[in-house]
Design a protein around this ligand. Sequence first.
Ligand SMILES: Cc1cc2nc3c(=O)[nH]c(=O)nc-3n(C[C@H](O)[C@H](O)[C@H](O)COP(=O)(O)O)c2cc1C
Length: 207
Amino acid sequence: MIQMPLHTHTPIETLPSTQPTASPRVLALCGSLRQHSRCKALLEASRLRAGPDLRFSHFEGLGALPLFNPDLLEAQAPPAVQAFWSAVDAADVLLIASPEYAHGVTSVIKNALDWLVGHIPFTDKPVAVFNPSCRASHADAALKETLRTMSARLIEGACQQLDATRSRLSAQDMAASPDFAPTLDAALQAMRSFATQHIHTDTQASC
Ligand SMILES: Cc1cc2nc3c(=O)[nH]c(=O)nc-3n(C[C@H](O)[C@H](O)[C@H](O)COP(=O)(O)O)c2cc1C
């Protein structure tokens, strides 16, 4: 276990903490800033397949986060960071889809996670990770290792590998495609079950 610096922040608005809710809140994080990102399409396809029993939202501000610098935590954190913290704090589950760049994670997702190191409400946060490529494994393994080190709870069954980077389908077509829909449904069901059982009772094992 790494030594994590402790830091606090002033929420920009009062948001409920991670508490049992009738409809778990899923916050989607995309590790690519590309307008036509396949990861973004995959996350949107997930939103389209999620029923009303999952409150799904995308966090669009990862590109606005400054490069992580612990010095910035000595005073009040930058507004973009506070907005990110607030969104994460309010989520019951984080869903990450991020590409592999040169056998590593993208700077976008790593920078975002660095801002969550030592952020107390992130501890034990349920997280699902989509590997958007059937050819890439380095970034997926590294991302999961980072998340485990940060004491996130990876949700078994919700961490899926989908062949999105080679697909040219729109999010709508992806959501309807037999190549994606069953896997997305399995992941969403795992998130639902985890949120219902684990967040309420704190007993389910994670992967
Ligand atoms: C700088 C760069 C490095 C990449 N490195 C890898 C890699 O190591 N392994 C791989 O499978 N794909 C690699 N790719 C391909 C990306 O995974 C692919 O373009 C993916 O669609 C990008 O995600 P996005 O569509 O969500 O932006 C790389 C792409 C870029 C732009």
